[in-house]
Design a protein around this ligand. Structure first.
Ligand SMILES: Cc1cc2nc3c(=O)[nH]c(=O)nc-3n(C[C@H](O)[C@H](O)[C@H](O)COP(=O)(O)OP(=O)(O)OC[C@H]3O[C@@H](n4cnc5c(N)ncnc54)[C@H](O)[C@@H]3O)c2cc1C
Ligand code: SF4
Ligand code: SF4
Length: 323
């Protein structure tokens, strides 16, 4: 098959590029798992009002996907340069294209990689991604019996030793929205918010600053979670040495790391990556390889709105290059 632009990844970014290129160019989206990407798994955090989390944008984008060809469940095996463009092979077909757009996204940081926080070993230790998925599917009713909850921020981000010195951009905001949603449903809850720095900006940020006044902000990042006498504790370095605070549940606000699909694209397409493994964007989606552009979280952590905006700019750039 032939197209003008092959978009690899059908999350909000990939779908936004495809939408921008229509109808002037022939586009094909190649998605190896499910359309909508990571945003499709996140939950609506609205209370009596919309909290502008942007998640419903993935629904909107997915609805429009019927307007262009989507190759679902196909995996790229080889890439060759050919006649000024590319010949890309999957397990099912060969695709000739002039441009390639990488929109292969990021993954939530797996909290098991920091076993000191007890994820997967201590009951009632959740990741922020668990809460997002619960909101998306069954809701947060299991939090009703709890009284004291701790959010721990920057889990998996801002760690220079692990080559993840970057800020994941979204976790302060999604955590505050989740806290707002929990307090709305269960007003008896007391929430402590352990943080380093509050990254709160964009739409309805004033509402999130209000939420930050409803939780107890503690500017100190704990280094462990423990269990004793049926209660969880977070352990942190206090003014008088090591301190412990007891909770019913702990939520680890995980950030983003490059997805395995993004790492595979770096190797297969010989792209330059950042020290953290994201695809290096030299400005406006330009990568180290001519004819290959990048957008969304494949090039670094960002929210849905920024990923979509960036994708539209990449689409406009390709249209200009074609003219
Ligand atoms: C826990 C958590 C909570 C978040 N909460 C919010 C929030 O409330 N609001 C907000 O704005 N943002 C939030 N985000 C960020 C949001 O998820 C991203 O901004 C958004 O998903 C980026 O979209 P994308 O299309 O760039 O990537 P993705 O959504 O990751 O989509 C990439 C797609 O590419 C596919 N793919 C990957 N590799 C390949 C390959 N090699 N071949 C073919 N297909 C491939 C994947 O299957 C996926 O469908 C959150 C992120 C996390 C981790
Ligand atoms: S932006 Fe978020 S909170 Fe608002 S309606 Fe959409 S999904 Fe719900
Ligand atoms: S957004 Fe907030 S929680 Fe996430 S890495 Fe940045 S400062 Fe830490």
């Amino acid at each position: 098959m032939k197209c003008d632009a092959l978009i690899i990844g059908g999350g909000v970014a990939g779908l936004a590029v495809a939408e921008t290129l229509l109808p002037s160019l022939q586009v094909t989206v190649l998605e190896e798992e499910r359309l909508g990407g990571l945003a499709w798994q996140l939950g609506c955090k609205a209370t009596t009002e919309c909290l502008a989390c942007g998640v419903c944008r993935s629904l909107e984008m997915k609805r429009k996907a019927s307007r262009f060809p989507v190759l679902l469940g196909e995996r790229i095996t080889t890439v060759e340069r050919q006649n000024g463009g590319f010949k890309i092979t999957t397990q099912k077909r060969a695709i000739e294209t002039r441009f390639v757009v990488i929109a292969t996204g990021a993954s939530p940081f797996p909290p098991q990689r920091m076993p000191q926080f007890g994820f997967g070993t201590l009951k009632w230790v959740y990741s922020g991604f668990d809460l997002e998925k619960k909101l998306n599917r069954e809701g947060l009713n299991e939090f009703a019996p709890f009284h004291e909850i701790a959010f721990i921020q920057c889990v998996g981000s801002r760690n220079f030793q692990e080559k993840r010195g970057y800020c994941s951009q979204v976790c302060c905001r999604y955590a505050l929205r989740l806290a707002e949603n929990l307090l709305f449903r269960f007003p008896h809850l007391h929430i402590d918010f352990y943080y380093m720095d509050l990254q709160v900006f964009g739409k309805k940020s004033e509402k999130l600053w209000e939420t930050s006044e409803k939780v107890k902000l503690i500017r100190n990042l704990p280094f462990a979670a423990e269990e004793g006498n049926g209660k969880l504790s977070v352990v942190f370095e206090g003014e008088r040495g090591v301190s412990r605070e007891k909770y019913d549940a702990i939520i680890l606000s995980v950030g983003m790391i490059p997805s395995s699909g993004t790492k595979r694209m770096v190797e297969l397409l010989h792209l330059t990556s950042t020290v953290e493994g994201f695809i290096k964007d030299y400005g406006g989606g330009v990568t180290s390889q001519e004819g290959i552009l990048v957008c969304g979280t494949a090039s670094g952590p960002k929210d849905i709105e920024t990923s979509t905006r960036e994708a539209r700019m990449v689409g406009e750039k390709i249209k200009r290059m074609e003219n």
